[in-house]
Structure formats: C-alpha cells, structure tokens
Design a protein around this ligand. Structure first.
Ligand SMILES: [Zn+2]
Ligand SMILES: [Zn+2]
Ligand SMILES: [Zn+2]
Ligand SMILES: [Zn+2]
Length: 121
C-alpha cells in the first residue's frame, strides 16, 4: 500500500539520523544520545543524562520513546533530502519498484517507468 511504503521511508530517514550527546561531542567523544532536554536544547547520553537530571530536576526531557519529537538539525534535514547521484538535486519521489528515493533527474532517467510516489517531507 502506498501510504505504508511512505512511512517506511520516513522511518529509514529517521534511523539514518545519528543523534549524538551534545556535551560529549564538545569533548570529542561520540556517545549516542539517550535523551533530549527541551530546556537546554541539548542531547545527552545515558551518563550525561544522569548528571543533567540530578542538577536540573525541573527540566523536561524526552527519551528515546519520544524520538519523533526530537528536533532534526537543518543540516541533517538537507543532507537527507539530497540525491546521492545528483548531489545538487533534492529527493522528491519514491520509486516503489526499486524501493528507492529519487530526485527529478532520477525519475527522468532510471525510474521513468517506475511506480512513483510524491514525497512530502
Ligand atoms: Zn554524554
Ligand atoms: Zn536540561
Ligand atoms: Zn538523482
Ligand atoms: Zn525505479
């Protein structure tokens, strides 16, 4: 079903995003984020979250269960929307035959006869 395929794409895009702990990143460490704090506008890994929560009890944090509410940085968003083959093109379609995201250039060449869905990202 068309809508089902689209949500699969959205899920894949969401997985590509790699949320990193903001305070660890400042120390050149790569820890994946466990929570997002709306008050600080920062991501925290398990270790930092523990410290953060004990220092700032009134802050509301979003766990992995609420990952849909986590903000996506503009750069990540732009990157995810770019076509891998045609770097200057934005992905606008999804070819269900190839299960592939396509830009207008891809559609005109490789996926001309594919079943295309409009992406409304
Ligand atoms: Zn951390
Ligand atoms: Zn906070
Ligand atoms: Zn393309
Ligand atoms: Zn195709």
């Amino acid at each position: 079903m068309a809508t089902g395929s689209l949500s699969a794409v959205a899920k894949r895009l969401r997985m590509v995003e790699d949320f990193r702990c903001t305070s660890c990143e400042e120390q050149n460490l790569q820890e994946s984020a466990d929570i997002y704090c709306e008050a600080c506008q920062k991501f925290y890994c398990k270790r930092c979250a523990h410290l953060h929560n004990s220092l700032t009890k009134e802050h509301t944090t979003l766990g992995r269960g609420d990952i849909k509410k986590w903000p996506v940085s503009k750069e990540v968003e732009d990157l995810l929307r770019k076509c891998e083959v045609h770097k200057d093109k934005t992905l606008t379609q999804f070819c269900t035959d190839h299960s592939q995201l396509c830009c207008s250039e891809c559609v005109e060449t490789i996926h001309r006869y594919g079943t295309l869905l409009n992406l409304m990202l």
